[in-house]
Design a protein around this ligand. Structure first.
Ligand code: KG4
Ligand code: ZN
Length: 399
């Protein structure tokens, strides 16, 4: 018999506490190390060393099948009770869009359609769950490329209808915030969250799992958008953020002087378009006069300016709100410099910092499944009239 995990010898050595889901199929094995492993009950039952362990029957898990297709990653995950990821399957289209230097919306939608059904089958296969084990279906319904979001929404509606299970619409940015619930099971609202993704940059007061307030937001470009634009002009592969981060680590940030947006009327609001324009002008000017650019140093100076825009606002928000927990979310949360600076600044104030692992910074469906659990508990389900939206605020308002 082939087990779906390679931890067999570990669980035989460690005391285990198996639990069975209401459907009687899934066993959760809590290792003494605190890490959680799951495996289908049939594997568990067939394993001779486990036969004498008596499963507990009074546990009520909610298995959510979550779907994400808002940009260039098709993703399907199965998440249990908002915190335990049973599987997180991603089909990335990044390589495909790279030749165009950015996401081509029509191609993205078509590729989502090709991948989504097989990915959902793969998610079931990987966990050993069957369709009847799925308790609810969650989907990113906004914001994103409209054609791309529609593919996920229509697929989720079809699955929810076919399985006769609740449909849970999830805002993509709420999902990014919820990535932290997966990484840090102890994290509970209230906390502050710095959201830095490709399309959004904001400081959010997460008062409860589904109750939030935006303290400040970018007035123009998102931080990730600027990383990508500067990366592209420097000839880096799309999306430029990761490559720019890597280059910056070898550079001298003092070599170039780039602007940092000053606080305006709302001290939490941000702006990145001035920094973007100044950086692009510097690159073009160097090209025109035939001056060789020190690319790593320019990347370091650019990243430092982004960080110097973000971090003081986060510090101010922590001071003003009195919160002592700050989480970071979104693709740009993977940036090494920003991670380091937030960690240092917040810890200096005695605040606990939650940085998602790199695997949970970018788009994935596990984060959608995590947030969906809390939306479900709050009664935020939808009917077959659910639509997709290219823009919608994190508070659910139409923009
Ligand atoms: O959250 P995300 O996956 O997509 C949106 O919801 O928009 O964020 C993608 C963004 C891209 O702009 C990408 O360049 C940026 O995250 N990114 C980074 C890094 N890794 C990804 N930006 C800076 N440093 C990184 N290490
Ligand atoms: Zn995203």
């Amino acid at each position: 018999m082939t087990l779906p995990f390679d931890t067999h010898s570990t669980w035989v050595k460690n005391p285990l506490y198996p639990l069975i889901s209401p459907c009687g199929d899934v066993v959760l094995l809590y290792k003494t190390t605190g890490r959680v492993k799951t495996l289908p009950y049939k594997f568990y039952r067939n394993c001779p060393t486990n036969r004498n362990l008596i499963p507990k029957k009074d546990v009520n898990f909610l298995n959510i099948l979550a779907i994400e297709s808002s940009c260039d990653e098709t993703a399907v995950a199965i998440v249990q009770d908002g915190r335990t990821v049973l599987t997180d399957c991603i089909a990335s289209q990044v390589e495909l869009h790279r030749i165009y230097g950015g996401v081509v919306p029509e191609i993205a939608s078509r590729k989502h359609m090709e991948a989504i059904s097989a990915l959902a089958d793969q998610a079931l296969l990987k966990t050993g769950l069957t369709r009847k084990d799925i308790d609810a279906v969650a989907v990113t319904y906004a914001p994103g490329l409209i054609g791309a979001v529609l593919v996920g929404v229509n697929f989720a509606k079809a699955v929810a209808l076919a399985l006769d299970k609740p449909l849970i619409p999830v805002h993509h940015i709420r999902g990014h915030i919820a990535a932290n619930y997966i990484a840090y099971p102890e994290l509970k609202p209230p906390f502050l969250c710095l959201v830095v993704s490709g399309g959004h940059t904001m400081i959010v007061d997460v008062q409860d799992y589904t109750k939030m307030e935006i303290l400040g937001t970018t007035l123009d470009d998102a931080a990730g958008e600027c990383f990508d634009k500067v990366g592209r002009v420097l000839g880096m592969p799309y999306p430029g953020g990761a490559a720019l981060d890597k280059a910056a680590q070898q550079g001298d940030e003092k070599k170039y002087t780039l602007p940092v947006a000053k606080p305006g009327e709302n001290p939490y609001n941000m702006s990145f378009s001035g920094l973007k324009t100044a950086t692009l002008n510097l690159i073009h000017h160097a090209e025109q006069v035939g001056e060789e650019l020190d690319v790593p140093s320019l990347c370091a100076a650019f990243t430092a300016s982004v960080s110097e825009t973000l971090v003081p606002r986060v510090v101010r928000a922590l001071e003003q709100t009195g919160y002592r927990q700050i989480a970071v979310a979104g693709g740009v949360a993977a940036n090494s410099r920003i991670r380091r600076d937030i960690l240092a600044a917040a810890e200096n104030l005695g605040a606990k910092v939650y940085l998602p692992p790199l695997s949970l910074c970018g788009d994935n469906a596990a984060m959608i499944g995590a947030q969906a659990y809390f939306e479900y508990l709050a009664g935020n389900t939808a009917g077959m009239e659910l639509n997709a939206y290219a823009t919608k605020s994190i508070l659910g308002e139409t923009l």
